[in-house]
Design a protein around this ligand. Structure first.
Ligand code: TUI
Length: 313
């Protein structure tokens, strides 16, 4: 397809990373994406360290290609997992929902490529100074925990602020999005929502059905009032939470409703009262495919689109 700074940095065929979706991205999805030429990522999410270690070992059995581990820094196990990934010598660590600065020297000593998600150019610059190899700029079109800026605004500003490679995420699910990200200066992309419906993704079928039937306007952001904004598909839970967010002093009730709600949707298939995290691009994702079919289609469409635009851009 295209050799970019990201394919060279990570030793992968295509500059496409699979999002580290908590409670969803396990050995099955990560190994399939890595085997198909992208970078598969195992999500630590809120799992205990031993569960994540098991997932890493299963992934190693299923692929000899590089793969990553995403550490969700709000997890009570984040610190322990940060040390465990160094022991396991994983190829790549991505982080979300916080500043991983204090772990970067240890990861670099263990030859791990470090790629934090950053919601601003200020944090991107700090991460570059701390030794990060690249950054993921995730706009608020993304599913799950989000920052303020859109991908369109965040990516070019970070590209101008740092020298390390920039990977764009949020609102990208097809070749048009990839090419647009490259035009903004990114040298790779990360996609979550598109890989949710991959055949190798073991998320509950009810969750996949909701993604496939979603329209462009079907996601909402809850948790702005509690300081943890999360993009999810609109359902009975979000109606209740958004109602409570209009009132004052309901933080505890909101917290109670949301605790365990992602697991309830992703594992148990409760898509009415669970959190069905997905990006705004869900309306574009309308069929199940294998990870290899997804990557092959993205790459062939990308090449066609780039050639057809030729010098006209
Ligand atoms: O982390 C994500 N997306 C996620 S994590 C997740 S699990 C969860 N469940 C319930 C509540 C909260 C989380 C579901 N989706 N994306 C990466 C991301 N990182 N988005 C935004 C950020 C971020 C925000 C602030 C990264 C760094 C940051 O730094 C603040 C600081 O400390 O400077």
């Amino acid at each position: 397809m295209v050799e970019t700074q990201v394919t060279k940095l990570l030793g992968i065929k295509y500059p496409i990373l699979q999002g580290g979706m908590a409670w969803i991205a396990n050995h099955s999805l990560a190994s399939a994406v890595s085997n198909a030429g992208g970078l598969g990522i195992v999500a630590a999410g809120g799992h205990e360290t031993k569960v994540v270690r098991e997932e890493i070992r299963k992934t190693k059995e299923l692929t000899d290609k590089p793969f990553g581990v995403n550490i969700m820094l709000l997890s009570p196990y984040a610190e322990e997992i940060a040390h465990m990934v160094a022991e396991e010598k994983v190829a790549v660590v991505t982080t979300g929902a916080g500043n991983p600065g204090k772990y970067i020297p240890m990861w670099k000593e263990n030859n791990i490529k470090v790629i934090p998600v950053v919601p601003s150019s200020a944090l991107a610059v700090r991460m570059e100074r701390a030794g990060a190899d690249a950054v993921i700029c995730e706009g608020c079109e993304a599913g799950g925990h989000i920052g303020e800026l859109t991908t369109m605004a965040l990516v070019p500003q970070v590209v101008d602020a740092v020298k390390i490679p920039v990977i764009a995420a949020g609102g990208i699910a097809d070749a048009r999005g990839i090419l647009a990200a490259f035009v903004l200066g990114a040298s790779g992309v990360q996609m979550g929502t598109r890989f949710l419906v991959a055949e190798e993704c073991t998320v509950h079928e009810n969750y996949k059905d909701l993604i496939i039937s979603a329209k462009d306007t079907d996601t909402v952001v809850t948790g702005r009032s509690t300081g943890h904004p999360v993009r999810v598909i609109r359902n009975k839970l979000t109606r209740k939470v958004l109602e409570l967010e209009k009132e004052r002093g309901k933080e505890e009730e909101i917290e109670r409703l949301c605790t365990g709600s992602l697991k309830n949707a992703a594992i148990l298939g409760d898509v009415e009262f669970g959190s069905v995290m997905a990006g705004q691009i869900a309306g574009l994702v309308n069929r199940r495919q294998s990870a290899k079919e997804i990557l092959d289609e993205l790459v062939s469409d990308f090449i066609k689109l780039r050639n057809s635009l030729g010098g006209s851009l």
